[in-house]
Design a protein around this ligand. Structure first.
Ligand SMILES: [Zn+2]
Length: 261
């Protein structure tokens, strides 16, 4: 089995002590590709460094995370944009709107999100969207910029049945499913009964959101197998089929060079 983790922050300092061990453990377990979403100007260098050490395994995205949108957003966005012509990226990400932590910069978050959605159209790349307490705002921006020209993933999807229906209506978008689906109180497994395996890509969001039985600990990339097992039981598929079909969805969506199904 070859599995793709479509959202992993393995370059963050949480992994400074054992990053190479984590890479090796991932590869040994059957993970052959990890996609790295950028956060802001401070994370670019370490993310690129990891990709250079492990080409054909780690692939970068480029984008400005909504919780990093502050007063200096114009300068920050310029730094991110200047990277786009320097190398190839598998997606624009992670981008979006987050109203859970702070609503102060809602107007700026929207501007920055929509600008990056337009980049994805110009570059013909998918987007990895972070949305927290902000589904209406995110849907609104997608429609404003042009839903038919956009494609991507709702990373860490944990919305309601109505949110799921709205995502499906967009057509070009997948659900990024991680450890949250294993949390008893999330209700996500129930919501996903209204989706199919072809709507889904697998992710960890490591070091965050470790699945049960590791909930609350650092999320190691290999724990993605727990999420895959849970999805297999939700859709009553074998683990092999779950891994194969989510991989196929990821390869179709993201620009991952040198990878075959
Ligand atoms: Zn993330």
């Amino acid at each position: 089995m070859k599995l793709i983790d479509t959202h992993c922050h393995l370059y963050l300092e949480e992994f400074d002590a054992d990053r190479e061990e984590m890479v090796l453990a991932s590869q040994t377990s059957g993970i052959d590709t990890i996609l790295l979403p950028n956060v802001d100007a401070t994370t670019i260098e370490r993310m690129h460094a990891l990709c250079e050490r492990h080409p054909n395994f780690a692939y970068p995205m480029m984008g400005l995370h909504p919780t990093s949108v502050k007063q200096n957003y114009v300068a920050e966005l310029k730094k991110i944009e200047s990277q786009l012509n320097t190398r190839s990226y598998c997606a624009i990400g992670e981008i979006g709107i987050d109203l859970y932590w702070d609503k102060t910069y809602l107007a700026e978050q929207k501007l920055v999100f929509e600008e990056q959605l337009r980049w994805s159209i110009d570059k013909d790349l998918p987007v990895a969207i972070h949305t927290r307490d902000a589904f209406p705002e995110v849907f609104d921006s997608i429609h404003k910029v042009g839903k038919d020209k956009l494609r991507g993933v709702f990373h860490s999807f944990s919305g309601t049945e109505a949110d799921l229906a709205e995502v499906k209506r967009l057509q070009g978008f997948k659900l990024g499913i991680n450890g949250v689906v294993t949390f008893k109180n999330s209700g996500l497994a129930e919501v996903l009964k209204h989706a199919t395996i072809d709507d889904i890509v697998l992710e960890t969001d490591a070091p965050y959101l470790a699945p049960v039985p590791y909930r609350g600990k650092r999320n190691d990339p290999v724990y993605i197998w727990k999420t895959a097992e849970k999805l297999a039981s939700v859709f009553q598929l074998t683990l092999e089929e779950t891994v194969f079909r989510t991989r196929k969805n990821a390869l179709k969506l993201f620009k991952i060079v040198n990878k075959a199904i």
